[in-house]
Design a binder for this molecule. Structure first.
Ligand SMILES: CC(C)(COP(=O)(O)OP(=O)(O)OC[C@H]1O[C@@H](n2cnc3c(N)ncnc32)[C@H](O)[C@@H]1OP(=O)(O)O)[C@@H](O)C(=O)NCCC(=O)NCCS
Length: 149
């Protein structure tokens, strides 16, 4: 179904790899995706438009904490609210599971992603110098506390 955010499965692997390669120069491997899709180490949610996988978010849920491991939307489908829809669904899952806080890291130059995360209530709590192996850019660490009760 178009526009609906769903949990991805091993059968989505090839589509996921294609999408990932179109979005990042330094991208996740098959095995990394399989850790989420098959072994359940983390969850991957995706969104399709006309059957084409156009966006995904990978989230790790451990005890009362959620970490955003990756998020991407195909270039042809950006600025249409798909990343917002993916994040919204991730937050709904957190609420259901009683998760109270979330962390992520993002490249300091990634204005679109930083803007998006701030809109969802993330605030910067730290910097990891020269963190990323591809560009040696700094990582900004963001945290979001979910309202409880
Ligand atoms: C970051 C990314 C996921 C946003 O996806 P998207 O579907 O285009 O985002 P949305 O349409 O849901 O936009 C949500 C918000 O993000 C921000 N945003 C998105 N694109 C932006 C841009 N080009 N410049 C500034 N802010 C932007 C805005 O705050 C926007 O809210 P608005 O529509 O009210 O202005 C997408 O640009 C992408 O895949 N980038 C490459 C991969 C990446 O960098 N992932 C993040 C890893 S941490």
């Amino acid at each position: 179904m178009s526009g609906q955010v769903i949990q991805l499965k091993a059968s989505d692997l090839d589509d996921l790899i294609k999408l990932e390669k179109s979005c990042f120069d330094y991208h996740w491997s098959r095995d990394q995706f399989l850790m989420g899709l098959e072994r359940g180490v983390f969850k991957i949610l995706g969104v399709r438009e006309d059957a084409r996988l156009v966006g995904y978010i990978a989230i790790s849920l451990i005890e009362d904490e959620m970490e955003i491991l990756n998020l991407a939307v195909h270039t042809d489908y950006r600025k249409r609210g798909l990343a917002k829809a993916l994040l919204k669904r991730a937050f709904e899952i957190c609420t259901k599971k009683g998760i109270v806080k979330s962390f992520l890291d993002v490249k300091i130059s990634n204005t679109p992603a930083i803007d998006l995360y701030k809109k969802f209530g993330y605030v910067q709590v730290g910097v990891r110098k020269r963190y990323y192996p591809d560009t040696k850019e700094d990582a900004l660490l963001f945290r979001c506390d979910f309202a409880t009760g």
